[in-house]
Structures are given as C-alpha cells and as structure tokens.
Design a protein around this ligand. Structure first.
Ligand code: TYM
Length: 332
C-alpha cells in the first residue's frame, strides 16, 4: 500500500473547522487505501511557548479528536511525535543539509516570528519545517494530505529528499502534497480574507470542534458577509459568503451551485441558520466521543503506546540507513 503521513499541532484543546475540513476529514477517507501515519506533533507545538500541563492535556485531546472523527487506531498508526525519538534525530541530520537562506524563505516562519517578535522567536521555530520534513521522510510517505498553508513546507521536504538522494544514494521517497482545491483554505468568519487559525485575533471567527453548539451557532450567525444580499459564490467580491458556501458544501457533500440554486432570493440569515445546523450536526458526535475517550486517559495512552511501537519500527529503519550513508559510526 502507498504510505501517507500527516499531523497536527496540539496547540489548543480543540481542533478547528479548518483543521477538520482541510485535513482530518480527508484523512478519514484515506485510511483504507493507504498505510496511514497520523501524528500529534507535540515537538512542533513547543516551538512557541507552551504551558507544560496544558500541553499534556492537549496532546491527549488532539489524539482523542482524531479517533472521534473517525481515525481507526486498529487500521492507522496514530501516535505522538515525541514517543518516537527518530523524528528529532533525523531532523538534526536534515538541519545540516538545509541552507540558512533556504530556511529563511519559509513564509510561515516570517509570519509567526513577526507575531512573536524576532528577538523572542525561538531557533526551534526557525527549523520547524525541517522537523516536519523528518516526520514525512522517516515513513517514506508517498502522499501528504494537508491544507494550503503547508504547501511550502512539503516543497522543502521534497527538495531535501532529492538533495539527500543525489548526494548519498537513493534513500527517501519524494513525497507529493495532496491539497484539495475546494477545501485547502477555510477562512476566519470575522475576517474572511485571513485563514481560520488558532492564533487569530479574536475567537469569534474560529469554529472549534469542542465548542458548545450554541456558541458555534452564534459565531456562524454573526459571521461577516456583505451588503448586496445575494447568495452567490465570488471569492474576490464576496469573501464572507463564499467561505460560508464552501463550508456548507463540503460538510453537506453538495456542490456550491446546488446551494446557490436552493437559496436563490433568500436572505443570509436563512443560509446561516442552515449552516449552523450542518456544522453542529458534524461537530456534536465528534465532541461527545472525544469527551468519552478523555474519561479514560490510561486506555488512550495504551493505544498511543502501541502505535508508537509500530511507528518506531519503520522510523528506526530509515534512520539507520541515513546514519550509515552519512558515515555516522554505528554502535556495535
Ligand atoms: P497545523 O497544526 O497548523 O494544522 C493541521 C492541518 O490543518 C490544516 N489547516 C487548514 N486547512 C484549511 N483551512 C484552514 N484554515 C486551515 N488551518 C489549518 C493545515 O494545513 C494542516 O494540514 N506543520 C503542520 C503540522 C505537521 C505536519 C507534519 C503536517 C508537522 N509535521 C508532517 C503534515 C506532515 C501544522 O502546523 O499544521
């Protein structure tokens, strides 16, 4: 079976609608046809300051949300990044293959370091994409299903894989990003030209899986639209309405055109009410199952430990080859 690898940062208690539409819901559909590795990337999360107790809690909560959304731990390898030391070890080797200028061109680092202030941004934040490359390459992943914001990082991963293969002999599969056009970028409800993100200015534009349904509905009813009153998809002129239409279409499994037709001549309030129902219908079972799973953290930890064993086996093999090729003397 071809291999897929993807991951999310446990940087808040709840995943948001962008994570769900851009990544998680796609992963669920790919489990059967791929040998799938889904990672909770806690080593990535610490590239910005985290409260230690919250990080532990969020790591379990993120894993629980994967399962609750339909990732089957019997079928896919669902594990925590720090449980497999090979990620940090390969990242170090890849650090030595990455140009300083090359890493400096990563736009997400530029954005994030600006937000955190360039003096307080950590070196870890700078080398973050290289750790991501290590994640992907350790498992010889063919395909990496992500949202648009990760495209540049997967491109860097491809460059590093090709560079390594050219200099040291065929070692890594060169991965392809899978970024679905319609779902690649879900926007903030309050600022529909910015992507929906945990680090947005206000909570009001962010739909979180674990939010109370009343809160979700309220956020949708207050979503920014426009004044022409027409329910029509136009990303340029009507970013708010277009974002709502995308969300509705994806979650309902419908086309945007069929929704435009159904709502012809009707108001934004009507549309929003229907979308609020759709989103809460999607989130409610996931939220309930997540909360159930979190009542038994020991069981969750057992699931994660078993998956870490399986992941380690694959990762250690790749790492050993890399060390040999690099001339890092093996311990005998
Ligand atoms: P993270 O945790 O920021 O986001 C997790 C996934 O959700 C997608 N996503 C979105 N998709 C559409 N619209 C949005 N508004 C939106 N916001 C987030 C992201 O594209 C991502 O797929 N660096 C990664 C985590 C990572 C990773 C990896 C991913 C680490 N190692 C290896 C793939 C392979 C990140 O920070 O994602």
């Amino acid at each position: 079976k071809p291999v897929i690898f993807s991951g999310m940062q446990p940087s808040s208690d709840s995943l948001h609608l962008g994570n769900y539409i851009g990544a998680l819901s796609q992963w669920v559909g790919m489990q059967q046809t791929f040998d799938a590795f889904f990672c909770v990337v806690n080593l990535h999360a610490i590239t910005v300051p985290q409260d230690p107790a919250s990080l532990v809690k969020r790591t379990r909560s993120t894993a629980a949300q994967y399962i609750a959304a339909g990732i089957d731990p019997e079928q896919s390898t669902l594990f925590v990044q720090s449980h497999v030391p090979a990620h940090a070890e390969l990242a170090w080797v890849l650090n030595t293959l990455t140009g300083f200028g090359e890493a400096s061109r990563m736009t997400q680092f530029k954005d994030k370091s600006q937000r955190h202030g360039s003096d307080t941004a950590s070196v870890g934040l700078f080398t973050y994409p290289i750790l991501m490359a290590a994640d992907i390459l350790l498992y010889q992943a063919d395909t990496v299903p992500v949202g648009e914001d990760q495209r540049q990082h997967v491109e860097l991963t491809r460059d590093l894989a090709e560079r390594f293969n050219t200099r040291y002999g065929q070692t890594f599969t060169v991965p392809t990003p899978q970024i679905l056009k319609e779902t690649a970028k879900i926007y903030d409800l309050q600022d529909p030209t910015a992507k929906m993100s945990k680090s947005a200015a206000t909570e009001a534009g962010l739909l979180s899986i674990l939010d109370d349904p009343a809160v979700t509905a309220k956020k949708i009813m207050r979503a920014v639209t426009d004044t022409d009153g027409e329910i029509r998809f136009d990303r340029e002129l009507k970013p708010g309405v277009s974002n709502l239409l995308t969300i509705f279409a994806v979650l309902a499994g419908r086309t945007v055109e069929s929704i435009e037709r159904e709502f012809e001549g009707r108001g934004y309030g009507d549309l929003k009410k229907t979308i609020a129902e759709q989103v809460t219908n999607t989130f409610t079972p996931i939220r309930e199952r997540t909360n159930e799973l979190l009542t038994d953290p020991a069981e969750l930890d057992r699931i994660l430990a078993k998956a870490a064993d399986r992941a380690s086996e694959v990762a250690e093999k790749t790492l050993a080859t890399v060390y040999d090729r690099f001339g890092l003397l093996r311990r005998r």
